[in-house]
Design a protein around this ligand. Structure first.
Ligand SMILES: [Mg+2]
Length: 363
């Protein structure tokens, strides 16, 4: 049966955008970020989706997923999602395959919302009008002056919580955290070690960080060490939450993390866990486990899903992606008084690719 509104085409391109300065966290260093942008068309409408991933992800969209989706009902996003998951069976679901599905799934949700002339959050079904954000950056590549300036800037803009990277130099981390606390006054202070510590080292540092009022300890140990995360969750000082989940690609990963009691707050990233479809399923899982959810990176994408997912606590307003999304897209919203709201005057995600501006970043 030929659908009334078939997906006509799926196009993909990748753009490698240099960072403002060299960036690093506890376990990785980078100087550019690659965004893979998908456009899906049906009728007279074009949907836009994206992921942050290797150029190989774009190749997989072009060579494999495109033909899976073209011709399918543009309004039946779930059917396209299932077909894409089926098509990559022998490639392995985590990693590149899930990020490729994510980019297409996000484009298909945007397309459907545009066909119906609705903001994506309205199509998904809002439970809130806006979502609290926390400022995220504080890279280990920053000196204390740069760290303090960035975190202080967010607080001055009305953002209530800020997050800094730790885990690269354990001997220096307590002093960096103390410098951050001095810079931001009474604002909420989060730290993210990106798995850079060993268990007992992380426990000792949790006590030090608690003395500076740190309330969020992200990936104190490797996210693969669920028992270690659970240990930290049980033994961290009162008032300090343990969070992880950004490397989750499928529901089984998130279920295992929740079943292990590894986190106080689960994180999920719609550019990795297979798009808006996957993110909303993770939200349902969080509800079943009574664990709050926080979105990871890609703020312009997540703002819609975060307004439609009950267990969401906050959205990560990640410096690198805020900057990139402002360069690559027209339409990303800015937080007001610490809250990010979708632009409901625009259909879908409300984003348009700045085609002329991004040509120089083509990867
Ligand atoms: Mg993180």
């Amino acid at each position: 049966m030929v659908p009334d509104l078939p997906v006509r085409d799926v196009r993909v391109a990748a753009y490698r955008v240099p960072t403002a300065s060299p960036e690093s966290d506890g376990t990785l260093e980078w100087c550019a970020t690659t965004v893979v942008v998908v456009h899906a068309t049906a009728g007279g409408a074009t949907g836009l989706g994206y992921t942050y991933a290797d150029v190989a992800t774009a190749r997989l969209v072009h060579d494999t997923l495109r033909e899976v989706v073209v011709g399918r009902d543009a309004l039946a996003v779930g059917a396209s999602f299932d077909a894409m998951v089926h098509a990559i069976r022998n490639l392995g679901r985590p990693g590149i395959a899930s990020m490729a599905i994510a980019a297409v799934d996000n484009a298909l949700w945007d397309l459907k919302a545009r066909v119906l002339d609705l903001p994506l959050c309205t199509l998904l079904g809002c439970v809130r009008d806006s979502v609290p954000v926390y400022g995220s950056g504080g890279f280990t590549s920053y000196d204390e002056a740069a760290l303090a300036a960035q975190l202080r800037g967010w607080v001055a803009d009305g953002i209530r919580d800020v997050k800094m990277k730790v885990g690269r130099d354990a001997a220096a981390d307590a002093a960096r955290v103390h410098a951050a606390r001095t810079a931001i006054g009474a604002a909420g202070l989060f730290v993210d070690a990106n798995g850079g510590y060993a268990r007992k080292q992380a426990l000792a540092l949790a006590e030090r960080f608690a003395s500076d009022g740190v309330t969020w300890f992200e990936e104190p140990v490797s996210s693969d060490d669920l028992a270690g995360l659970a240990l930290l969750r049980d033994r961290a000082p009162p008032g300090m939450e343990v969070a992880a989940g950004e490397y989750g690609y499928d529901l089984g990963y998130f279920r295992a993390m929740l079943e292990a009691g590894a986190v106080d707050v689960l994180q999920a990233d719609a550019t990795r866990c297979a798009g808006i479809t996957g993110f909303m399923r993770v939200a349902a899982l969080c509800e079943a486990f009574h664990v709050p959810l926080s979105s990871h990176c890609a703020p312009a994408l997540h703002v819609h899903a975060c307004c439609a997912a009950t267990p969401v606590r906050h959205l990560e307003y990640f410096f690198d992606h805020v900057r990139l999304e402002g360069m690559v897209f027209d339409g990303p919203p800015s937080p007001q008084d610490g809250l990010l709201a979708p632009d409901r005057s625009r259909p879908g995600l409300g984003l348009e690719l700045r085609s002329a501006d991004v040509r120089r970043f083509a990867a």
